[in-house]
Design a binder for this molecule. Structure first.
Ligand code: ADP
Length: 488
């Protein structure tokens, strides 16, 4: 048997403590799977204001970061991830993290995000070194922890704890890169010699993610297809060239679903539990949800959306295509928050279709579960989708996904085309052209499928039978960790 690994898992979000989307779910579920597999995995997160205060006994050591213009001092705390025995370290700094949101207020990013997250990355390494625990590998995620792989290769390259410790960098969404004006370079804690096109510079700007891509020992992203897509101009967000240069260490590992939270047979948030073999409870959930939302309790297909309401998610296509459906043939329920324009567009749609559309501008986990349980179809017409988690949940809850064929959605949804229907693998609808016409055609097909109960059940069955639990992907991450530890 191979020796268990010591893994430091650095993230800006983890459910249920701080969450803006899929990263938080992954940052809770993957460590739980690693812990279950016998590894010593520990998380490190900024100590945001919204997190519960801890007793003095949880206070560990001081930590600091030299940020060029000044040295910033913080404090490391230790607790455990809720509902687990996994150690969770928190980096406290009142000025940087004593705020309600992780990245910004409303549509505006905090102006000092580069400095805040450079502080977090350097101070986390300094603080962990003070605990006496020495990880075998550091696993970082997205732009907020992007400074860490570079810090390991520069500031901490000769450090007694960190020298030779490799890093894995996972890209959950390439669109958010931590890109700022060059003037922010001075407070990153990195020397000016790193501000060059081979490292932190991107067309004259500072780009934190680029620094991680050029310095991490392994790069992964959250689905095999997205790993290929991001090496193309279309999906590369300007970093496709640099990703192609690193293609030998770049791989795609599909995210998993945490079925301890998302299982209709045990879900405490829904009015009646149900399973693939007894779906009666799903009808109860649908009726209760229609009532809760003030929708007519009619037997028409209910289309659901739970999403960040941002351009990426293609919600604009939904607005046009829903209006293309004849009135009364279907209902639509949306839960989400995000860009004002998208929120207003949805509210306008609701006012145009008061008898069939409900829009809840809220971030609400119980309602997200109720919506998955109540809906017959789940819409994800994303312009791009690194993996997507909601389709895993919709499969489990018997809500047939209707998706744009990109990234992880392409890797997981098998379209109801004649071949897939014949072989019994069809589990959803997918389309390619980014037009409301394409989505309309799929909505129309979905309405027809709903009208044929046997065919509808067959597609629902195929989705409910799928297993996207973390075990398989967890094994692949462990192989990746071992590979880079051995190569280091
Ligand atoms: P992304 O990470 O791009 O936001 P994913 O599909 O990977 O998209 O993950 C979205 C996660 O966030 C899902 O668990 C979904 O249920 C949750 N979520 C998104 N919006 C809301 C909301 N308004 N209320 C509750 N949960 C939400």
């Amino acid at each position: 048997m191979k020796k268990p690994l010591k893994i430091l898992f650095a993230t800006a979000e983890v459910a249920p403590l701080m969450s803006t989307g899929g990263l938080a779910d992954v940052a809770a579920a993957l460590p739980k799977a690693l812990h279950k597999a016998g590894h010593d995995v520990r998380l490190i997160l900024p100590f945001y204001q919204k997190l519960p205060r801890l007793p003095e006994s949880c206070r560990r050591n001081m930590c600091l970061a030299h940020l060029g213009t000044h040295t910033a001092y913080g404090c490391l705390w230790e607790t455990t991830l809720p509902d687990s025995e996994i150690p969770l370290y928190l980096v406290e700094h009142e000025n940087y993290f004593g705020r309600m949101a992780p990245y910004g207020d409303g549509n505006h990013e905090y102006g000092d995000n580069a400095e805040r997250f450079c502080f977090f990355s350097h101070a986390a390494l300094d603080g962990i070194a003070g605990t006496g625990w020495k990880p075998d590998v550091v696993h970082c995620h997205d732009w907020p922890t992007a400074p860490m792989p570079l810090s390991l290769k520069t500031t901490f390259a000769n450090h007694p704890v960190w020298a030779g410790v490799p890093s894995v960098y996972t890209i959950h969404n390439l669109a958010y890169q931590g890109r700022y004006g060059a003037e922010k370079m001075a407070s990153t804690g990195f020397g000016p010699e790193l501000f060059n096109p081979e490292c932190l510079e991107y067309h004259g700007d500072l780009n934190l993610m680029k620094g991680a891509i050029t310095s991490a020992d392994r790069i992964s992203t959250v689905s095999p297809r997205y790993a290929r897509e991001i090496q193309t101009i279309e999906y590369g967000e300007g970093l496709d060239g640099i990703l192609r240069n690193r293609k030998d260490i770049l791989s795609g590992i599909l995210n998993g679903a945490d079925y301890s939270l998302w299982d209709p047979t045990t879900d405490p948030h829904i009015p009646e539990n149900y399973s693939a073999s007894d779906r009666a409870g799903k009808a109860v959930c649908k009726q209760a949800f229609q009532k809760q939302l003030g929708l007519p309790e009619k037997d028409v297909p209910l289309f659901g959306i739970v999403s960040r309401l941002v351009w990426q998610k293609g919600i604009d296509l939904v607005m046009e295509s829903v209006l293309g459906l004849p009135e009364g043939v279907a209902q639509v329920a949306v839960l989400g928050t995000g860009e004002r324009g998208v929120e207003e567009g949805l509210k306008h749609l609701e006012s145009q279709r008061p008898d069939s559309v409900r829009v809840m501008l809220d971030f609400n986990v119980p309602i997200a579960h109720q919506l998955q349980a109540a809906s017959d179809f789940f819409l994800m017409p994303s312009r791009y989708e690194p993996c997507g988690l909601s389709q895993f949940y919709s499969f489990a809850y018997g809500s047939i996904p209707i998706v744009r064929r990109s990234g992880g959605l392409a890797d997981t949804v098998a379209d109801c085309n004649p071949v897939n229907l014949k072989t019994g693998v069809a589990n959803g609808f997918s389309f390619v052209p980014l037009t409301s016409h394409s989505l309309s055609a799929r909505l129309q097909q979905a309405v027809e499928l709903y009208g044929d109960p046997a065919a509808f059940k067959a597609v629902q069955d195929a989705g409910m039978a799928l297993d996207f639990s973390w075990n398989r992907s967890c094994e692949t991450y462990i192989e990746l960790y071992r590979e880079c530890i051995e190569a280091a």
